[in-house]
Ligand binder design. Structure first.
Ligand SMILES: NC(=O)c1ccc[n+]([C@@H]2O[C@H](COP(=O)([O-])OP(=O)(O)OC[C@H]3O[C@@H](n4cnc5c(N)ncnc54)[C@H](O)[C@@H]3O)[C@@H](O)[C@H]2O)c1
Ligand SMILES: [Zn+2]
Ligand SMILES: [Zn+2]
Length: 384
């Protein structure tokens, strides 16, 4: 089958790989009909995630048709069109039982922090992902959900990660009616976080990025204010001034370890790898939230240390909330929001690329070319 194949930093290509096989009675094999490239894949692509092995297939955002099921699978049948959460979760450990599906204790033998994630290096379990024609889906009775009949597949594929992550970013912010919410990052996740902040009752939503085309997009898509940090001397001072010198009630980091904007952070975090990515946006979030405010982090950092102003966290009494999104927990509510027209996930898709051209798609999305917001990959069988 055709599958994306990681060859090393900034080098991916499409190759022929063996078809995946059922390895456990609760596995399913899914024929992919859509997959996406995510900002999280860029951390892998840029070589920032430890133990990303050559030969791996990325892709944690995908939907597809169930082709084969293991003998113990009860909730799916062959032919179902399913959306598959990016978290691989057992459904029965104490963390899954609390709804912490991103922190499953069973699905990732390599770590006890994050659970398994499709196509996300051996630090997240070493599972091959869905940027391929077929993918093996473990714990098939737990994660996959049959796509509602009235839902467009392009909406469904964005419910596997981007929509739940943006929504959870807003949820973890504990937004109260009238709050001022600042979102760092106008990528797919930040755009969705800004959109969802209104659903929690925000009174003002401000997005910060340095890509004008994304700022233009988010202003329209999420009806918010949006500013370019390159046009400010100091983004923290700018945000203080914009909030009567109090600071925002809630700051959301939707950037993670690939952040730009600080030479010190970039050199130590992305070039020399002395820290787990560049923590520029998180630094700004901590310093521009008000005393007693909440910083919600969904931007991804590596599993070691980062330079952040922890003294300010203590002295300002800030609450930090963070996690990988718990997709399965959020799906029922988000499907309602999509069906009611309150969120239009497919509205952020800008590029539809044949799977065979995966390497171009990575380059365009990584270099932010051609006004790219969200690229989706379509395998040959889904194009006929
Ligand atoms: N926690 C989760 O469950 C989860 C799920 C999906 C994605 N993520 C993470 O969310 C982050 C965003 O994902 P995405 O798909 O939107 O990625 P993306 O790369 O498309 O977007 C990131 C945006 O941040 C901007 N940016 C860079 N430096 C900045 C700074 N200092 N301040 C403000 N903006 C800055 C970039 O210009 C870009 O537009 C990534 O770190 C990704 O790994 C987390
Ligand atoms: Zn993702
Ligand atoms: Zn579990």
């Amino acid at each position: 089958m055709l599958a994306m194949n990681y060859r090393g930093p900034f080098r991916v290509r499409v190759d022929h790989k063996p078809y995946p096989e059922i390895q456990h009675p609760n596995d399913a094999i899914v024929r992919v009909t859509r997959s996406c490239i995510c900002g999280s894949d860029l951390h892998l692509y840029h070589g920032l995630v430890p133990d990303t092995r050559v030969g791996m297939t990325f892709g944690h955002e995908f939907i597809g048709i169930v082709e084969e099921i293991g003998p113990s699978v009860q909730n799916l049948k062959v032919g179902d069109h399913v959306l598959v959460p990016f978290n691989i979760a057992c459904g029965t450990c104490s963390f899954c039982k609390q709804g912490l599906y991103g922190n499953c204790h069973e699905s990732n033998p390599e770590a006890t922090a994050v659970g398994g994630i499709f196509g996300y290096s051996h630090t997240a379990g070493g599972y091959d992902g869905g940027q391929a024609e077929y993918v093996r889906v473990p714990y098939a009775d737990v994660g996959p959900m049959v796509i509602p009949a009235d839902m467009h597949p392009d909406d469904a594929v964005l419910l596997t990660d981007v929509v739940p992550t943006g929504y959870q970013a807003a949820e973890m912010g504990g937004i109260k009616p009238g709050d001022t919410v600042v979102v760092f990052g106008a990528g797919p996740v930040g755009i969705m976080a800004a959109k969802c902040a209104w659903l929690f009752g925000a009174g003002r939503v401000i997005v910060i990025d340095h890509l004008e085309y994304r700022l233009d997009f988010v202003r329209t898509y999420a009806q918010c204010e949006a500013y370019n940090f390159r046009s400010m001397q100091d983004p923290v001072l700018f945000l203080k001034k914009a909030t009567d010198f109090y600071g925002a009630d809630v700051c959301i980091d939707a950037v993670g370890g690939d952040a730009a904007g600080s030479a010190l952070q970039t050199i130590t975090g992305r070039k020399m790898m002395l820290q787990a990515g560049s923590a520029t946006a998180l630094h700004w979030a901590i310093n521009s939230v008000k005393k007693g405010g909440i910083v919600s982090i969904v931007g991804v950092y590596g599993p070691t240390d980062n330079l952040i102003p922890i003294g300010n966290v203590v002295n300002k009494g800030i609450t930090i909330r963070a996690n990988q999104a718990s997709v399965k927990r959020l799906l029922p509510r988000l499907i309602e929001h999509v069906q009611a027209g309150r969120i239009d996930p497919k509205g952020i898709i800008t590029h539809r690329v044949p799977l065979e051209e995966v390497s171009d798609a990575y380059h365009i999305f990584s270099a932010k070319l051609d006004n790219c917001i969200k690229p989706i990959l379509i395998p040959p069988s889904a194009r006929v």
